[in-house]
Design a protein around this ligand. Structure first.
Ligand SMILES: NC(=O)c1ccc[n+]([C@@H]2O[C@H](COP(=O)([O-])OP(=O)(O)OC[C@H]3O[C@@H](n4cnc5c(N)ncnc54)[C@H](O)[C@@H]3O)[C@@H](O)[C@H]2O)c1
Length: 349
């Protein structure tokens, strides 16, 4: 079996590669990435792509079809991956996350790929009331990034058929250690603040709800989705991925970090505008369909791994929100140097 992972050179990709290498030791594992964050490695051991058989450097907007020869499953992670980048590069976000993604799925189906796993996001629930959102709940995307995920799901659904299974994993917000760590995610930001300066600054009033999931548990969900049982009704499946216990209010996350890293001061911005994103999510369907693949990494463990990983890097940067640990800053830097054009395509030397 040959499995292609797009966007493998990002934050989630290394965990997915490790998971699939373990669960599919005899498969051919290929990665495909444009390489925006190629040199943002945070592992001391070795480069994360060592566990792949093939690494393609390519843009999914110009996808070379021949790569699909013999591919049985695609894990589609490649994307512009957060709200700040989506706000700054709205058209590009829709082009990569929506148009090119649906186009890739069409090509995959035509090439005989059997399973397409899409990394979607619970952020499509946007601003919701206190009731936990189910898969059938109304969507309320607040940003270009979240809208791109809704559009892609809508474009993927009709492609599914007997020979082409599509699973849209609506992931909770990711957290935890990765060989390509990013700190523009809520828990990672809090741990970085605590490690670097003993301070956590919550930008909101602390009340918004966010479901969290460790990247290792995302990888296990992807493993499930690749070869999940399929009935006529579930050839296309959109499913929330996380756990009911993993719904937290942002201030509780900060407090949990302060407990693990004693001496940390937590400050809440009392004057903050209400966050436009707050949602609790029901993960009952995932519990029912994937009992063997339920999240196994607890919040404390994610915090401890982040702490020890950052300490082993000698991390001390209290100004990390202006650093290369933030995906938007890297793209901005590459644009400034003229290495990326306004479509976020490489310009060459
Ligand atoms: N991190 C989260 O909290 C989270 C939550 C839910 C869903 N997701 C989704 O999971 C996926 C992976 O997220 P991540 O945190 O690893 O993001 P990331 O930004 O770290 O990685 C995304 C990868 O996609 C690649 N990429 C971007 N545009 C590309 C293109 N045109 N062609 C080829 N490769 C391209 C980038 O180079 C990068 O390596 C994304 O689809 C994201 O939307 C992430």
């Amino acid at each position: 079996m040959k499995i292609l992972i797009t966007g493998n050179m990002g934050y989630v990709g290394p965990a997915v590669t490790n998971q699939l290498r373990t669960s599919h030791p005899d498969s051919v594992l290929a990665g495909l990435d444009i390489g925006y964050y190629g040199n943002c490695i945070t592992s001391e051991a070795a480069f994360p792509e060592r566990n792949l058989d093939i690494q393609y450097l390519a843009d999914i907007r110009r996808f070379p079809k021949e790569i699909l020869d013999g591919v049985r499953a695609i894990v589609h992670l490649a994307a512009i991956s957060n709200d700040p980048i989506g706000n700054r590069f709205e058209d590009v976000t829709l082009d990569i996350n929506h148009r090119a993604s649906v186009d890739l799925a069409r090509k995959a189906k035509a090439a005989g790929v059997g399973s397409f796993v899409f990394a979607s996001s619970c952020s499509m629930y946007g601003l919701a009331d206190d009731r936990a959102r189910q898969e059938s709940s109304p969507l309320n995307p607040q940003t270009a990034y979240a809208r791109s995920k809704v559009l892609t799901e809508t474009g993927l659904a009709p492609l599914a058929d007997k020979g082409f299974t599509v699973t849209s994993l609506r992931f909770s917000t990711a957290c935890g250690w990765s060989d390509r760590l990013r700190l523009d995610l809520v828990l990672n930001d809090f741990v970085a603040g605590a490690v670097a300066s003993g301070k956590i600054t919550i930008l909101s009033d602390g009340t918004p709800w966010r479901p969290l999931i460790d990247v290792k548990d995302m990888a296990r969900a992807i493993d499930w989705a690749i070869s999940r049982p399929v009935s006529k009704e579930t050839r296309f499946l959109a499913i929330n991925v996380g756990s009911n216990e993993g719904n937290y209010q942002v201030r509780d996350l900060a407090e949990a970090v302060a407990v693990e890293i004693p001496g940390t001061q937590v400050s809440i911005n009392q004057d903050a505008q209400p966050d436009k994103r707050s949602y609790r999510v029901s993960f009952d369907l995932y519990k029912k369909l994937a009992p063997e693949y339920q999240p196994a990494v607890g919040l404390k463990e994610s915090i401890r791994e982040l702490k020890s990983g950052l300490e082993s890097l000698g991390f001390r940067d209290g100004e990390f929100r202006n650093s290369r640990f933030m995906r938007l800053n890297i793209l901005t830097e590459l644009r400034k140097k003229g290495l990326l054009n306004d479509q976020l395509q490489w310009t060459g030397l």
